[in-house]
Write a protein that binds this ligand. Structure first.
Ligand SMILES: Cc1cc2nc3c(=O)[nH]c(=O)nc-3n(C[C@H](O)[C@H](O)[C@H](O)COP(=O)(O)O)c2cc1C
Length: 193
């Protein structure tokens, strides 16, 4: 069981990072092997909508995203963690998500090369916002949950937390526990999930 963590905040050691690490600790305790990618350390351009990938399944942009595609394909579950920036996700996370485009064909079905590996993949999300009302992050949840529903992936759910200062979330036991449980769920066998 492989669980991949995708960290979408440019603030390394910040709230999204702390919660993702808790989720990955939960996954590891449940027997998963882990990999974590910090998006701001990678070169990821925006999708060009060139549609070359529709045929080949391979993105035409020469940056770090094709390597991340391979890691997504190899994982059983992917947990994303991202703060709210202007009622939306960070630019790093949006560029990453748009580049999922390369995994589809022209009809927005999984590219035939990838469907066997995308089938049943489990997707989780962690959001952090400065607002005390965690529903501020609902547009991000909508984006990830709809992507899963539209493409037939398994939605593990979202942990939505509130914090402002760097690392402040470390004092929020409830959010840490929720993140840990999301990680455990990600690592559960299909029957348990
Ligand atoms: C550019 C920017 C825009 C932000 N926009 C919002 C916002 O629209 N709503 C909100 O509740 N918090 C907003 N925040 C606050 C962050 O979501 C909050 O500080 C969060 O804890 C950061 O998470 P991190 O430590 O993982 O980077 C914004 C922060 C930055 C830097």
């Amino acid at each position: 069981m492989k669980v991949l963590g995708i960290m979408g905040s440019p603030r390394i050691g910040g709230n999204s990072d702390v919660l993702l690490d808790r989720a990955l600790a939960g996954a590891e305790a449940a027997g998963a092997t882990l990999e974590k990618i910090i998006l701001c350390k990678k070169k990821i351009s925006g999708c060009l909508a060139c549609e070359k990938c529709n045929e080949t399944g391979v993105c035409a942009i020469d940056d770090d995203m094709p390597e991340i595609h391979q890691k997504i394909l190899a994982a059983d579950a992917v947990i994303h963690s991202v703060p709210v920036y202007f009622w939306s996700m960070t630019a790093q996370m949006k560029a990453y998500l748009d580049r999922w485009c390369a995994l589809f064909d022209a009809q927005w079905r999984w590219h035939k090369a990838y469907w066997p590996r995308m089938k049943g993949k489990r997707i989780g999300l962690i959001t952090v916002c400065g607002d005390s009302d965690v529903s501020t992050a609902d547009p991000i949840v909508h984006s990830f949950r709809n992507t899963c529903q539209f493409t037939g992936l398994t939605w593990l759910g979202a942990v939505q937390a509130s914090a402002s200062a760097k690392g402040e979330i470390a004092g929020n036991e409830a959010a840490l526990q929720e993140a840990y449980e999301l990680g455990q769920k990600a690592a559960a066998t299909t029957e348990e999930a």
